[in-house]
Design a protein around this ligand. Structure first.
Ligand SMILES: [Zn+2]
Length: 106
């Protein structure tokens, strides 16, 4: 149900790894999603269940951080969806940040 996702920017090579989605044991309380902290402009992996109404965060499941997915896979988790390519890069600020699933967690 949850995923570990590896990201990489095609332009500036910024990369990281983050958790996405809760697992079957904790999904009611923990749902990590990739986000941008608008105060620091840094990438953060935050718990959507706690932070979803916090105006400080923009989430990668929001349209604002998504570019053209070119018809490729999306990653769903309950009512959230991530695009696999052309997401907003926190470093160079282009829509050139790609996600791929590294592995699944229960
Ligand atoms: Zn970049």
């Amino acid at each position: 149900m949850g995923n570990i996702i590896a990201s990489k920017c095609r332009i500036c090579n910024f990369e990281n790894t983050f958790s996405y989605g809760g697992n079957r044991f904790n999904y009611l309380t923990n749902c990590p999603v990739p986000a941008i902290n608008t105060e620091t402009e840094e990438f953060e992996n935050v718990n959507y269940i706690v932070e979803k109404n916090n105006p400080k965060f923009k989430f990668y499941s929001d349209k604002e951080l998504k570019g053209d997915n070119e018809g490729r896979n999306t990653f769903g988790n309950f009512d959230l969806e991530l695009n696999s390519c052309n997401n907003y890069c926190p470093k160079c600020k282009n829509f050139s940040f790609d996600f791929r699933i590294k592995f699944f967690t229960d």
